[in-house]
Design a protein around this ligand. Sequence first.
Ligand code: FES
Length: 236
Amino acid sequence: MSVVTLYINDRLVSGRVGQTLLKVARENGIEIPTLCYLEGLEPWGGCRLCMVEVEGQGKLQAACLTEAREGLAVHTDSERLLAWRRMIVELLLAERNHTCAVCVVNGHCELQALAAKLGVDHVRYDYLHPALAMDVSQERFGLDHNRCILCTRCVRTCSEIEGACTWAISGRGITSRVTADLDRPWGKSTTCTDCGKCVQMCPTGALYKKGATVGEMVREKTHLQQVMERRQRSGK
Ligand code: FES
């Protein structure tokens, strides 16, 4: 197995050839915030929270997609990056409705935790809060578009892990929505297997278990890992 050595935050670290900067950083105990990335799913590069500075390159690079190369000098925690990440979190909070006090994942939400960690105590942008309809047509689960940050973790989990391909993103830009079976009510989906994996992988309260009260929806973070390990063991 070939090894690459590089500098992250002026520290000499090593990783395996083909690994991304994010993986190398995490394996060396260096945290880079992410929202769309989830270990076990194909990286997508949508949230842009994992952007890092690579010396010699003017543009910021997405750590979840950029391959670690020999001799790179990478910075993950500069003032510029902190300001960038704060801005992204603020834009997410401004775009839809993330009123934590009435959200079922209050206290267990990755967006909320990230905002707190980055010191986002106010939002500099106008709130859009478009009052989107909820989809409660599914028997066990609900979809609240108002909480969705379009990270596509549900879409990728459904296609890559469950193989059902129920979820997709329809629309463009600010009108984008997660939709089931090319825009049917979730409860009318003929592909959904009712497995609930998408609900477990959602970082916010967009996908939730019906009947959960505020602050009750704890995500089973090891769920995906367990599914993958079992599949590997059974050779599927
Ligand atoms: Fe890299 Fe979202 S984690 S872009």
